[in-house]
Every structure is written in C-alpha cells, then in structure tokens.
Write a protein that binds this ligand. Structure first.
Ligand SMILES: Cc1ncc(COP(=O)(O)O)c(C=O)c1O
Length: 454
C-alpha cells in the first residue's frame, strides 16, 4: 500500500515547481508556451540539460525522452554543437547579408537529401509546410491539397485541420474557404486518395509524414508510399514529404532514402538546425524557382512567391546545423538511437504484459509510442499491431487521469516522457533504458496501489 498517492507525492517532491507555476499562469495562457507542455497538476521547470538528462529548478535529475521535440538527435548540448555555436556567437548572429555558413549548411543538406535540387531556409517546420504547399499551388495553378487524418504539419491555417480526433471537426478561427481547400483522407487508404485525385481536378499536392502521423503514432509503410508516389505522378499532383521529424533521424537522408522514394518537395526542421530554430524546403529546382527573382524574369510565367524572413539561415542556426549534419552523415547516430528505442520498447512491453494491462508500446526507428488503453479485448502488448488498430480511437491531448498519473509517476521515478511516448537520442545509455523500464514498472505498481488500475 502506498502511503501517499502519486499526485500527493508529486505535489510534495516538485513543490518548488508548483510555486514557479503560479506567476506563469498570470503571464501565459495555461502558464505554458507550447500546448504539449500543458501538464496537470502543474509543469516542471528545467534550468539545465546535458546528454540524456535534464534537471529541474530544485535540482531533480530526469532522463529526458522529449528530446527537444525530436530536434536533439545527439542529446542535450553535445560538445560539437556547443563549440560551433560558441565560436560563432562573437562573430555575429545576424549579418543582414549572405554568409559562408549558409552555403555550407545548404550544401550538406543537398548532399544528404537526394531530392534536394534546391533549398530555401525558413525558421520552423510550420513555415516550411506553408511554403511547400504554396509552391505547389503556384506551380500547378490548383488550390486544394490533400492531407491525412492524424498527420501533423505545424499549425498554420490549412494544415492544422484533421490533426486531432474527431478529425472531421473544423478548427475554430479558420476561414471556410481554407477548410474547403483542405481534403482530409484516412491514413494508408490509397483507394480514397485515388477517388479524390480522379474526381477533383483542383488538387495541387498531397502532403504526409512519410513515417506515419505524428512520427508513427499511426504508422505507414513503404508500400503505401510507393503507391502514393505512383498515383500522384499519374494524376499530375505534387507529393510533399514532411520530414520535419523523420529527416536526418530515420536515416542520414531521411525517410525518402530509407524507403527509396523521391518526393517533389521535402520539408525539414528540428535536427536540421542542430537544436536551434530553423527549417527548410528542399526539392525540385523548377518548383523552388518560383521563389527566384531571376527565374521569374527569365520565364514567361511572371509570378514570384515573396519570401522574406528575418532569421532565415541565421549564422547561429547554420553553425549548429552544420555541426549536426556532420554527425548525421556518418550514420552512426541512427544505429544507436534505433537500438536504444527498440530495447526500451521491448522492456516496456514486457512490463505491460507482466501487469496484464490493455496498454501498448510500439514504434519504429527511434520512436517509443504509448497507447494507454488500446481497448482491444485479450490482446497482449507483445501482440499489439498498430496497423490493425482503429486510429479514430486516439484521444487528443494527454491529460486523462491515467496519462496524468503515469506522467507524474514517471517523473517521480526520474523519467520525463510524454503521455503518448517519446524519442531516444544518441546520449541515451543502456543504463538509462534499464532505469526507464524499472521506473515504468514502479509507476504502474503505484497506479495499482492508488486504485487507478486493476
Ligand atoms: C512532421 C512535422 N511537421 C511540422 C512540424 C512543425 O514544426 P515546428 O514546430 O518547427 O513549426 C512538426 C513539429 O513537431 C512536425 O513534427
């Protein structure tokens, strides 16, 4: 029997963080600066991070699986990136001019991503998908685009539709006209995609996360990607791979190299900029040339996509990005992160089955996905098949009572992982993984003692 519930222990152990949360609530909506950081009963505050770990304001050590929302392939503050940024800082953070670092950064992207004939740097994944869709519209003269339920491409008007269940519900604040130009398809359903492409001549592009919605929460596979490449080609519709997470993580050349498929446009961010802000659109020269003043003048089409952006390819992000892509090129990080994620998934699955819960842990590459209640009668975690699970049962947000207690219990056991899972980095050691599995076991034990689980 536990003498205190998980939430009582959380309030006591992280009390200094609770005090910190009070003023934050008077500054930010919900006291946070990103929806996913909304944490009940209150968030933790971090003031230092190194390798696989981070420390709260009161010095509590946590193994971190947020991994910079996927940006930190090498873990927190790897020496190569710290050196690159530290050397660049006194040399200037914004030249208001072209610079050598952006050329090296761009040439490294070109070297790794085979479809990248041309590149334009932006500041985030959201900006990258905005640009890629607009370029598609300009080049095809069509206005609609097709996306998949549960696939996340940032938060600008068009792409935020269909991200969270119920997927058909319009997102408030988005004009009808934009909603009308967004076609949301069930994931992995090539037949429905083809029906749309056949019946609607006004579709400019199809965009997707090539490893499946939210980095494989709703997984996809190479066969579907091949089919999609073929039919988009057949119907003259552009294919955009949103590789904001998968790019440089799934393989040095991203999902497109892993699955050997050439998209027309690719969106990149996160790892691209080595843990600093930054993004890019890469792809066919004729498409990126819609940004070019020279190309606009030399062709008869007479239309150019305006593209300013104060911090595009800023020298600090470029320096960090170069240092990161040097490591990416070796392919060593990918072997390491995939191996530790697999070890972690297997260990967590065993724990779930020992406790006889209807939970699942799954994922590919460096992803560790949690499903707290898959609802399929009699299916053990070891046999759970995310391909044959109805994705419409996904719950938006992660603050149900169970996920809240799981998250808080894991933090009390030294692990910070979201209610829907996390990602590994090069810095996660085998000992970290074993500690995480033990923490999961302990937390589930506490949840049982608190009467939350049978
Ligand atoms: C696949 C994908 N696309 C786009 C985005 C948006 O990127 P950003 O948060 O840099 O705007 C994300 C962010 O998580 C993402 O995972």
């Amino acid at each position: 029997m536990s003498t205190n519930t998980i939430l009582e222990k959380y309030h006591t152990t992280f009390s200094k963080n609770e005090e910190f949360a009070q003023p934050a609530n008077n500054i930010f909506p919900d006291g946070v600066t990103h929806d996913n950081r909304h944490t009940e009963p209150f968030p933790i505050y971090i003031n230092r991070a190194q390798g696989s770990k981070k420390w709260t304001i009161d010095g509590i050590e946590l193994i971190d699986y947020w991994s910079g929302h996927g940006a930190l392939l090498l873990g927190h503050s790897p020496p190569e990136i710290v050196d690159a940024v530290t050397q660049q800082m006194p040399l200037g953070t914004h030249y208001g001019a072209c610079h050598a670092l952006e050329v090296e950064w761009g040439s490294r992207v070109k070297e790794l991503i085979p479809s990248a004939e041309r590149i334009r740097f932006v500041n985030s994944g959201t900006e990258a998908t905005l640009m890629a869709i607009r370029l598609s519209r300009m080049s095809t003269g069509k206005s609609k685009f097709l996306k998949f339920a549960g696939h996340f491409h940032g938060w600008h008007d068009s792409v935020i539709l269909g991200v969270n269940p119920p997927f058909e519900t319009p997102v408030p604040g988005i004009p009808e006209g934009t909603i009308d130009t967004t076609i949301i398809c069930p994931p992995n359903d090539i037949g429905t995609v083809e029906e749309h492409l056949k019946s609607d001549p006004d579709i400019a592009c199809v965009i997707l996360e090539p490893t499946g919605g939210a980095f494989g929460t709703i997984p996809t596979n190479g066969e579907f990607l091949q089919q999609l490449r073929q039919i988009t080609h057949d119907y003259g519709v552009l294919l955009i791979f949103d590789e904001v997470i998968s790019g440089f993580r799934v393989s040095p050349g991203g999902a497109q190299v892993y699955y050997d498929i050439t998209p027309d446009l690719t969106t990149l961010a996160k790892i691209l900029a080595g843990g600093l802000p930054g993004g890019a659109v890469a792809g066919r020269e004729d498409l990126l040339d819609f940004i070019s003043i020279k190309a606009t003048k030399s062709t008869s089409r007479g239309k150019k996509m305006p593209h300013p952006g104060t911090f595009n390819a800023n020298p600090l992000s470029a320096a960090a990005g170069i240092a990161m892509l040097k490591q990416v090129k070796t392919g060593i990080p990918h072997e390491k992160v995939n191996r530790s994620a697999k070890m972690l998934r297997e260990g967590l699955v065993d724990v779930i089955d020992q406790h006889k819960l209807d939970w699942a842990v799954y994922g590919e590459f460096s992803a560790v996905k949690f499903l707290i209640g898959h609802g399929v009668e009699g299916v053990r975690a070891a046999d759970f098949d995310p391909y044959n699970w109805d994705y419409r049962q996904l719950k938006g947000g992660s603050n149900s009572e169970l996920t809240m207690n799981l998250r808080c219990g894991m933090m009390l056991n030294g692990i910070d992982i979201a209610g829907n899972g996390g990602m590994t980095t090069v810095a996660h050691s085998d000992a970290d993984v074993q500690q995480t599995i033990a923490a999961f076991d302990q937390t589930i034990g506490w949840m049982k003692a608190d009467g939350l689980l049978d």
